[in-house]
Design a protein around this ligand. Structure first.
Ligand code: NAD
Length: 475
């Protein structure tokens, strides 16, 4: 463990302060299984100190000119860019993301998000006239941000940047599985001169530090990203104080390949979207819906593409599939693969055994099941690993029915040679995002779920509005 990754203090009220308790949390390198760092395990007392600091800073920050807040977001973006390589390596070690993806997504997106604030500011309806009323947008107040490990710094940035722009102060409780990158952000906040108390960082376990933050009476809003189960609990805990809750939860997204699509392109792109970050992506397209008479061709294309996803060292620039984040996650994914076999899905490639030569590190072989039916567990539950379920359908209506037959509603894909047909099907999917023919991710488009994938929207102008209250002043 390097001293750089050994954290013993929290960032609260603009200072590095000792925790109230003595517990620590070890951070494990996903590829080597070695301890690479540690952070304090925060207690409700630590959370309370952070909330007090955020509350004390709120009035001043909310009154700070918008341009000052924009400028600080810009300064944070530049620092994140300068340190992009360092951030990418750290996150690749923390959770195993291949370094190329880390550079672009794990380290690249947070800089884009903070950098986007200056462009958004012009587009937002800060003030509006409705009849004899002036409707003004005001910051919601003190925000508790609870984030997951799979895109750890991106998830933090997606909350902190818009909250800060809107004039809120924030207490971040990052995932205990990949918390080191959050300390890097705290240092940047300090370096660029974000006023004391605007950004506060407390690490710890969900049921202890996370619940304390969600329950705190002086927190006006809790913005949560993570699993549906934990999100439900956050809602319950937050309900006692009727605070605003925004939830970004799990997914089981369908990629609907219509009968006129270019199969080669659709299947290979679909595989990439399923295996991104070893399948540990909330919006991963994990169910590939294909016309029944094309099942054989689709399987052959997918099987031929799999060798490209050879698991390997995340720090090797040639690697496209790294390990999973943890031993627990690997065990969970292997369990789902066994379940798929037990329930009669047909294994096209991969499986629960460790990939050859990779006994060390939390690796799982890229896995494909075919002939998966909507009732099977692997078609219903979020696996969060490199496991694709190919599902046959009989008609366009049948495809839409299967795609929507899930408790989730985060993302989806549609492939067709006819863009209007693709859009028509996209409109029928009950999800917060849909990509047509492999279209690119848009970091300014609203991101969030229908149904049990949550009810918040992050990124771009919609992401900022989440952190505002609306006041009507009658004139
Ligand atoms: P998780 O739910 O285990 O943890 C997420 C965060 O919640 C962590 O900080 C954790 O400490 C905290 N937490 C856990 N229990 C809590 C409780 N009772 N009270 C308060 N906080 C609690 O999720 P994870 O394993 O870190 O992340 C993976 C999950 O996140 C997947 O389900 C994935 O789909 C989801 N996710 C969703 C999005 C999205 O935008 N919709 C994005 C990324 C990840």
């Amino acid at each position: 463990m390097t001293t750089q990754n050994k954290h013993t203090r929290f960032y609260i009220g603009g200072r590095w302060v000792d925790p109230a308790g003595t517990g620590t949390i070890e951070v494990i390198n996903a590829a080597t299984e070695e301890v690479m760092g540690c952070v304090p395990a925060g207690t409700p007392e630590d959370v309370d100190r952070a909330v007090v600091a955020a509350r004390a800073a709120f009035d001043g920050w909310a009154a700070t000119p918008l341009q000052t807040r924009v400028d600080l977001c810009g300064a944070i973006a530049r620092k994140l860019q300068e340190r992009q390589q360092e951030i990418a390596v750290l996150i690749s070690q923390e959770l195993g993301t291949p370094i190329k993806v880390s550079m672009m997504v794990q380290a690249g997106l947070p800089a884009i998000t903070f950098g986007s604030m200056e462009h958004l500011v012009e587009q937002l309806p800060w003030e509006q006239r409705i009849g004899n009323s002036l409707v003004v947008r005001e910051p919601v107040g003190v925000v508790g941000a609870i984030t997951p490990w799979n895109y750890p710094l991106h998830q933090i940035a997606a909350k902190v940047a818009p909250a800060m722009l809107a004039g809120c102060t924030v207490v971040v409780k990052p995932s205990e599985v990949a918390p080191l990158n959050a300390f890097l952000l705290a240092r940047i906040m300090e370096e660029v001169g974000v006023p004391a108390g605007v950004f506060n960082l407390v690490t710890g376990y969900g049921p202890v530090a996370g619940e304390a933050l969600a329950a705190h009476p002086d927190v006006d809003m809790v913005s949560f990203t993570g699993s549906t189960g934990a999100g439900r609990r956050v809602s319950e805990v937050a309900a006692a104080t009727v605070k605003r809750v925004s939830l970004e939860l799990g997914g089981k997204s369908a990629n609907v390949i219509l009968d006129d699509a270019d199969l080669q392109q659709a299947v290979v792109d679909g595989l990439k979207k399923c295996y991104l970050n070893s399948g540990q992506t909330c919006s991963a397209l994990t169910r590939m819906l294909v016309p029944r008479d094309k099942l054989g061709v689709v399987e052959a294309i997918a099987a031929a593409a799999v060798p490209h996803f050879k698991p390997g060292d995340p720090l090797d620039p040639g690697t496209v599939l790294g390990p999973l984040v943890s031993d627990a996650q690997r065990a969970r994914v292997r369990g789902y693969i066994s379940r798929g076999l037990e329930e009669g899905a047909r294994l096209v490639c991969g499986g629960a055994r460790p990939p050859e030569g990779l006994e060390r590190g939390y690796y799982v072989a890229p896995t494909i099941f075919s002939d998966v039916t909507p009732a099977m567990t692997i078609a219903r539950e979020e696996i969060f690993g490199p496991v694709l379920a190919i599902m046959p359908y009989d008609s366009e209506d049948d495809a839409v029915r299967i795609a929507n037959d899930t408790m989730y509603g985060l993302a989806g894909g549609v492939w067709s040679a006819d863009p209007e047909r693709a859009l028509r099907v996209a409109r029928r999917l009950r999800t917060g995002q849909v990509e047509l023919n492999g279209a690119a991710f848009n970091p300014l488009a609203p991101f969030g779920g229908y149904k049990q994938s949550g009810h918040g929207r992050e990124l771009g102008p919609y992401g900022v509005l989440e952190f505002t209250q609306v006041k009507a002043v009658q004139l």
